[in-house]
Write a protein that binds this ligand. Structure first.
Ligand SMILES: [Zn+2]
Length: 481
């Protein structure tokens, strides 16, 4: 790295980015980042003890200042002292998205209730940061989930979560050899009014070293423009919704795959799972490592994939459990429950993520003891009860289509459970698809479902994403009214 590049990264990463974020109430990004670099090497026992202490603190806080939890704890006759170990958290009933929708205002710290009207009346995009927040009386922000999988959930937050998200991203980039301030292209889901010359885009480019690009499926002309900007800006990181990055990768391959002298150092996908097909496209188009972030709007970044392929949970500030549910053959996946361990205006305790996964101890060769998320392959709403009463989790399909035998033969797939409990599989074929592939899929389905279940395979040129840019792996027509 040249001296001027090093100087630029230092100026952006250590001075301008953290100080401008400070004005947006996102404080201590670099201090948090430095701390995360140390805490990732904590020994297992030390990490659990740290979580236990933080859990105690958050429960005491919730019982004093969060009206919703105060009455919930009273209702079940629980005092924070009853929770002696991390296991004891099971005494607290999980929190559903519906609970949040019904009680979100009671879930805010009572001392901040006077700030709720100001947050509610603020114009602009929900969740947008507050300029010069340090000089304002009210710093509570109203935000909402994207609602791509149902009705949006409303919640309140301050700048702490966003600051932590930045710190986690810096740690993830550090795993791939990058410093704070490394140039980055961010493919964002933008409104139709997006313009590369907007104040925000320009500000982020000059002050944060971020090139903002549109992050939904684009036409070839638009991809060409994106690649021109990328070739000029030369970002070390390509960051975006996984399926949008994949679109860009496919465009590059279609053009013959020549990137000239440009090579990113890492690609970070988020929001969608990273399917083997995406991984393959991105690696062959950009010839660099590909990683992924598991995240939610309400909670923030939950886990990131290390260079050894493990999805390490950001356990310093989160406690993640997987609730066991019986799903027939896929027993090692349950609904993920997340508890935020830092004091925040609206803490989430045992929050149902709606995602299926499995939390396992780390045996990762990177040596980090942060627990690992496995089988992150779908949403709980996608569970299907077959004609013979068997529960089929979406991970069944994820695993089936990821088997080495057919993973290179299928670009995308979509499962449709019909109202009559039959199955339709829609397939976007890749070059390696053959009669053998079809036979393999049919056999796997016949083996796992009764003979009464009818199976239909349908091939289409392209499976379109939803409006949000996400792909829906499973559609249960029974649940659509
Ligand atoms: Zn690892």
């Amino acid at each position: 790295m040249s001296i001027s590049e090093r100087l630029h990264e230092f100026m952006v990463g250590r001075i301008i980015f953290p100080s401008t974020n400070y004005l947006l109430d996102r404080r201590a990004i670099i201090a948090n980042y430095k701390h995360l670099l140390k805490s990732q090497w904590y020994k297992e026992d030390f990490l659990r003890e740290l979580q236990r202490k933080k859990l105690h603190k958050i429960l005491r806080y919730a019982s004093l200042y969060i009206p919703y939890y105060k009455s919930k704890f009273e209702e079940i006759g629980l005092v924070p002292q009853d929770i002696k170990t991390l296991e004891d958290i099971k005494l607290i009933p999980p929190l559903s998205k519906q609970d949040v929708t019904d009680h979100y205002k009671e879930m805010v710290d009572i001392r901040l209730h006077s700030s709720i009207p100001a947050a509610d009346n603020r114009a602009g995009i929900p969740g947008a940061p507050l300029a010069f927040a340090r000089f304002r009386k009210h710093t509570l922000i109203k935000s909402t989930t994207s609602g791509s999988t149902g009705a949006p959930t409303i919640f309140y937050e301050d700048g702490v979560k966003s600051a932590l998200n930045w710190a986690y991203e810096l740690r993830l980039k550090n795993w791939y050899g990058l410093n704070p301030g490394a140039k980055e292209a961010r493919l964002l889901r933008l409104s139709t009014g997006y313009s590369p010359r907007s104040m925000e885009s320009r500000g982020r480019r000059w002050f944060w070293g971020q090139l903002i690009l549109p992050g939904t499926n684009l036409s070839d002309e638009e991809y060409a423009l994106c690649m021109d900007s990328i070739n000029t800006f030369k970002p070390k990181v390509l960051w975006g919704v996984t399926s949008a990055l994949n679109g860009l990768g496919e465009y590059v391959l279609k053009q013959g795959g020549s990137l000239g002298s440009y090579r990113p150092k890492v690609i970070i996908g988020w929001s969608d799972p990273l399917y083997p097909y995406d991984d393959e496209v991105l690696k062959s188009a950009f010839r660099c490592p590909v990683t992924s972030i598991y995240s939610s709007r309400e909670i923030g970044h939950i886990a990131g994939m290390c260079p050894h392929g493990s999805f390490h949970i950001n356990e310093e500030n989160l406690f993640v459990e997987s609730e066991k549910i019986s799903t027939g053959a896929n027993d090692c996946a349950g609904e993920l429950l997340v508890t935020t361990l830092g004091v925040s205006p609206m803490p989430f305790i045992r929050y149902r993520m709606g995602d299926l996964g499995h939390v396992a101890g780390s045996t990762c060769s990177c040596g980090r003891s942060l627990h690992v998320l496995k089988n992150l392959l779908g949403r709980t709403g996608e569970i299907f009860i077959s004609k013979e009463g068997r529960m089929i989790a979406p991970s069944f399909w994820g695993l089936l289509f990821m088997t080495a035998k057919i993973s290179g033969a299928v670009k995308r797939f979509q499962i449709i459970y019909t109202k009559s409990k039959d199955i339709k599989i829609i397939i976007e074929r890749a070059a390696g698809f053959s009669n053998e592939t079809e036979k393999f899929i049919k056999e796997a389905v016949t083996k796992n479902f009764s003979k009464n279940t009818k199976l239909k395979l349908e091939y289409i040129p392209i499976i379109e994403p939803q409006l949000s840019g996400k792909y829906q792996m499973v559609i249960n027509e029974e649940k659509i009214t």
